[in-house]
Structures are given as structure tokens and as C-alpha cells.
Design a protein around this ligand. Structure first.
Ligand SMILES: Nc1ncnc2c1ncn2[C@@H]1O[C@H](COP(=O)(O)OP(=O)(O)OP(=O)(O)O)[C@@H](O)[C@H]1O
Ligand SMILES: [Mg+2]
Length: 501
């Protein structure tokens, strides 16, 4: 037993926390040994991020104690804790868009020369080494704003592992990564473990947790529910512990509308990335777009929504040629777009739920005075429809959990009756329970005659919700999978550019 206590790196005891009078953590205990990889699981809003932010000194706790290597650290600031060897990969990117990759990695801990000036070459060199380890080759002088989401995530990871530390918290590190990038991260995690670094790993991807973690701790509604060795539990059992009930699987429902009733037709889209892309989606249909990151799926959606200029391309809505030169024009044509980068373009984080839900409504109603009561009524209707968990309409959207933020985004488009909804990675970072709810909402919208186009890098998700999957590779449509053809093997051969279906 004595031996054990030497290994004990961290102990959090009886941690409680409330936000504006609502208790979100109830006497939670958490401990971590050297070299241990612990998964922290729970539904959206269960309190995972809050707990680790308390650990890092970003949030203060209301009660409880934290011991690091046996010493209390409650009085220490976030910077102190960082200097003692605690590091975190944030769920919401914490990068300064205008600064370069290496400037971000060394932000607040710049290397200086003996004369006090910044040692740019040393910082750039070290950054390049860490990025290379993560197999990312983009120059470290590139401003972060020029990077794709996956690359931003890699910069976040690089920033956390660049410095020697004992504990690394990873809050949803793989939500935007491809399988290959995820494997590279896992190799890094295994290496860290060998060096005795402990990792707190937060993810909604239960398969990953089974693959990489030693133990799993489950929170539900801010309460500790269970701690299990990873070999003791199946993914299904983890999910059931998270939601506190048995989960049933959804299967995609066959398309039952009129096959000739084409709501959206996109034809011959070409530019430097997209190569002569055409597709059709029917009224009431849920169509999936699969492929690897970089296949051009997001760019295609951006074109439809008036965000991307292309060389050639035409859009027909209900058979009528339509021009969408801007998002506002697309919106007036009945198109809604939930972007993959929710924080950057899906929501206005520092505004209320009410403002966010009514965003399109107000744009559409321009000229008329804002009807506050109508707005609140809209919000309350969408809240009910989406089963949105929030305190009230004026709560800032950034304080909602990821799943609930996504429900606000869907509610915004539903409110203005968008007939065509483009959903880019709609369940990224969203827990199994809320995910099932969002699938339900998607199916209901399709039943109501809406056309839903889903871009997802999560193949099980596409198989679950889309009776028809269009697969892209390097800007081209490689093929479509429907019915019996919708297998993982067929998908992979199309997505990797081997045309065999
Ligand atoms: N800064 C804040 N102000 C007010 N409420 C907050 C704040 N941060 C979190 N909350 C609330 O605390 C609860 C726990 O949120 P937290 O972000 O810890 O959940 P989570 O388990 O990380 O969820 P997710 O899986 O969606 O990331 C939620 O109800 C959330 O709305
Ligand atoms: Mg979180």
C-alpha cells in the first residue's frame, strides 16, 4: 500500500461546483497514478470539462481539495500549476488566430536569449520538431487562421506535449481528426505513458477509450457514477452507465418519398479542389457525404451555401436554377448550414440562446421591428422541440454543453423553415444520448419533407442515419452506396480512391 501512495500523482476530493446557483459537480472524487491513462466519460453537460478546468486552475471550485504529489495545490494559479507539470488540450481551441503556429505553442512561455530578446529560431525549431512528431508538415510560421480545423487541433496537441509535464488533460482531442491522425496521437500517448506521464482522456468515442485507456471514470449529471478497469466493461456498458438507461440502436430508415421529387440538384461544380461534382437529393431524403478529411466535402457545402466561389457549377432547387452568392441569399432560398467549426461560424458564443436561435429569423424579418415576445416564443418552441437543456433563454450559448449548442444551431434553421439542411459533422463532440436525439430530430425533419445532407467523418454514423451515402475522394465523387452496398469495405475502397464499387 505504501508503494501505491508514492505513485499517486493526483487526488481530487469532494469537488463541488455551481454556476449561477446550479450545481454541476457534486462531491466528485478523482485520482490518478503516474503513467496512467484514465478516461473521463459522461454525457454532454455531465461536468467533465468543468472538473478538469478546476484541476488546471482555470475555474475555481466551491469546495473540495486537490493534492498533487501529496501536496495541496488549492491556492495555486493556473500558471503555477502549468509550471509544476500540468498541461491541457482544450476542447474549444484556445489558439490566437492571428499568431503563427510556433507563437501559439510558446504563448506565455516564450524562450528568450540572454539579452532578453525572443529566441525565435529556438522556438521555431522546437515547434517544428514537435509538429513533425505529430506528422504535420505545415510550416510553423503559418498563421493559425490559415489552418484547417484538424491542423488547429494538432497545434493544440503540440502545445500540450511540447513541454515536460506529469499530467496531460486531453479534452476531446480527436473529435476533428482522421483515423490516421488519431493513430499518430495514440502513438504519442503511449510514448508519454512510457515516460510516466499520466493522461486524463475525455472523449465521446468509446471505441477509442477501449483502445487507449487503462481505466474509465463515469460522471452523470455532475455525480461520480463508476470507476472501472477498461477490461471490465464493454462500450455498450460504458454508454449505459453514462446515460443511466439502456440505449437502443437506430437503424437508417429507407427513403419513402417520391424518387423524382428532387429538392436539390448540384451540377458540374469545379474549381481548384472540386472536380466536376454533381449530385441530387430528394425531398424528404437524408443523404450522407463520406470521405477522408480533405476530400472536398466541406468545400462543396460551402459552395451550396454561398460561401465559396467556384469556376463552374449550378444549383437547382426544386428544379429551378438558383443562385446563392452569399449565405443570406442561400438562406432566403431555404438552405441552412450547420458548419463543422461550431465555435467559429455556427454560433455567436458570447450571445444568448435567444439571440442565437433567432438569428436567421431576424435577418429574414429585416425591416420590421424586433418583437421580443415573439423571439422568446420562438426560443421556447425550439427548446421544447429540441429537448434543449438550459437554464433560460438568456443564458449565454457558450456556457451550454456541446450537444446543447448543436441543438441551438439546428433550432435556428428549423425556426426559419429551411427546406434543405446541410449538416457538417453534426455530432462532433456530442455524447451518445444527445447523438441519438439528434438522429431522431434529423429523421423527423426528413419525415416533414426536408432534405438533409450530412457530411460526416464518422462512418458508423453515416451507416446509421443515411440510406444513401455519396463518397468523395480528392474533390471527386467516387460513387454512391445504397442498400446492400453500404458496407465498410466498399466505403473504404471508394474513400481511398480505389474505384471498385
Ligand atoms: N462558464 C460556465 N458558466 C455557466 N455554466 C457552465 C459554464 N461551463 C459549464 N457550465 C455548465 O456546467 C455543466 C457541465 O458542463 P461541462 O462543460 O463541464 O460538461 P461536459 O461534460 O464537458 O460536456 P461536453 O461533453 O458537452 O463537453 C453544463 O450544464 C454547462 O452548461
Ligand atoms: Mg466538455
Amino acid at each position: 500500500m505504501e508503494m501505491k501512495s508514492v505513485d499517486k500523482l493526483l487526488e481530487m476530493k469532494n469537488i463541488s461546483k455551481s454556476f449561477s446557483g446550479v450545481k454541476v459537480l457534486h462531491d466528485v472524487d478523482f485520482s490518478l497514478n503516474k503513467g496512467e491513462i484514465i478516461a473521463l466519460c459522461g454525457e454532454n453537460g455531465a461536468g467533465k470539462s468543468t472538473l478538469v478546468k478546476i484541476l488546471m486552475g482555470i475555474y475555481s471550485k466551491d469546495s473540495g481539495q486537490i493534492f498533487y504529489k501529496g501536496e495541496p495545490i488549492d491556492h495555486l494559479t493556473a500558471l503555477d500549476r502549468f509550471n509544476m507539470g500540468m498541461s491541457m488540450i482544450h476542447q474549444e481551441f484556445n489558439l490566437v488566430e492571428q499568431l503563427s503556429i510556433y507563437q501559439n505553442i510558446f504563448l506565455g512561455r516564450e524562450i528568450r536569449k540572454s539579452n532578453g530578446f525572443l529566441d525565435i529560431s529556438a522556438m521555431a525549431k522546437k515547434s517544428a520538431e514537435v509538429m513533425a512528431k505529430l506528422k504535420e508538415t505545415v510550416p510553423v510560421t503559418t498563421p493559425v487562421k490559415k489552418l484547417k480545423v484538424a491542423q488547429k487541433q494538432i497545434v493544440e496537441i503540440a502545445r500540450a506535449i511540447c513541454f515536460d509535464c506529469d499530467i496531460i488533460v486531453m479534452d476531446e482531442p480527436t473529435a476533428v481528426l482522421t483515423d490516421r491522425e488519431t493513430e499518430i496521437l495514440f502513438d504519442t500517448v503511449r510514448e508519454l505513458k512510457k515516460r510516466g506521464v499520466a493522461v486524463i482522456y475525455i472523449s465521446h468515442r468509446l471505441a477509442e477509450i477501449k483502445q487507449i485507456c487503462d481505466k474509465v471514470i463515469i460522471l452523470r449529471d455532475g455525480n461520480f457514477v463508476a470507476e472501472k478497469n477498461i477490461d471490465e466493461v464493454t462500450e455498450h456498458q460504458i454508454a449505459s452507465l453514462m446515460v443511466g438507461r439502456e440505449l437502443e440502436d437506430t437503424a437508417p430508415r429507407a427513403f419513402s418519398g417520391d424518387p423524382d421529387d428532387i429538392a436539390l440538384e448540384v451540377s458540374n461544380v469545379s474549381d481548384e479542389l472540386l472536380k466536376n461534382v454533381s449530385f441530387k437529393a430528394r425531398k424528404g431524403e437524408v443523404v450522407g457525404f463520406g470521405g477522408l478529411i480533405g476530400a472536398g466535402r466541406t468545400e462543396l457545402m460551402e459552395y451550396i451555401f454561398g460561401l465559396r466561389k467556384v469556376k463552374t457549377g449550378e444549383i437547382y432547387i426544386n428544379g429551378k436554377k438558383t443562385v446563392c452568392k452569399s449565405p443570406v441569399q442561400a438562406m432566403f432560398n431555404g438552405i441552412g448550414f450547420a458548419t463543422e467549426d461550431r465555435k467559429k461560424s455556427g454560433i455567436v458564443p458570447i450571445r444568448s440562446i435567444n439571440d442565437n436561435i433567432n438569428y436567421g429569423y431576424l435577418l429574414k424579418k429585416k425591416g420590421l421591428f424586433n418583437n421580443g415576445r415573439q423571439m422568446l416564443e420562438n426560443t421556447s418552441r425550439m427548446k421544447q422541440r429540441m429537448n434543449l437543456i438550459c437554464r433560460n433563454a438568456s443564458q449565454l450559448i457558450k456556457t451550454l454543453s456541446g450537444g446543447n449548442q448543436q441543438k441551438v444551431v439546428l433550432g435556428k434553421w428549423l425556426l426559419i423553415d429551411s427546406n434543405i439542411l446541410l449538416l457538417d459533422e453534426p455530432t462532433r463532440g456530442i455524447d451518445v444520448g444527445a447523438r441519438a436525439e439528434i438522429y431522431q430530430i434529423i429523421n423527423t425533419m426528413a419525415d416533414e419533407g426536408k432534405t438533409i445532407v450530412i457530411v460526416s467523418s464518422d462512418l458508423p454514423e453515416l451507416l446509421k442515419v443515411c440510406p444513401r451515402i455519396i463518397v468523395m475522394y480528392e474533390g471527386q465523387v467516387m460513387g454512391e452506396l445504397e442498400g446492400e452496398n453500404r458496407t465498410e469495405e466498399n466505403f473504404m475502397s471508394l474513400a481511398s480512391g480505389l474505384k471498385t464499387v
